[in-house]
Design a protein around this ligand. Structure first.
Ligand SMILES: [Zn+2]
Length: 103
């Protein structure tokens, strides 16, 4: 019992000094590191996606292309928005590629 409770992820006995809690899950410090790193990476990607979402809407507004037919509905048409974001990000990628190969 002196070894402590097992980490829920890797099952390794974890002494109290090495114990961590990630999102209310009891884990060892190694698994915590792993979870924390993954969380921050995904968080970064989501933040980028959020910026891209804003930029997509901005461009759509400038080009006068923001014509959701569901603006009266409470649900945002996510698939439509996602489609626009993907198109926009692909366009940006293509532009970046063109710049790279051009220079
Ligand atoms: Zn662990």
């Amino acid at each position: 019992m002196s070894d402590g409770l097992p980490c829920l992820n890797c099952k390794k006995p974890t002494p109290e000094s090495d114990a961590k809690v990630f999102a209310e899950v009891f884990v060892c410090s190694i698994c915590y590191e792993m979870a924390d790193r993954l969380f921050h990476r995904l968080e970064g990607e989501l933040r980028r996606l959020l910026l891209l979402t804003k930029e997509t809407i901005r461009v759509a507004l400038i080009e006068g292309k923001l014509h959701f037919e569901h603006t009266q509905e409470r649900e945002v048409p996510k698939d439509e928005l996602l489609r626009m974001i993907l198109q926009f990000s692909e366009k940006k990628d293509r532009e970046a590629d063109a710049r790279r190969s051009g220079s």
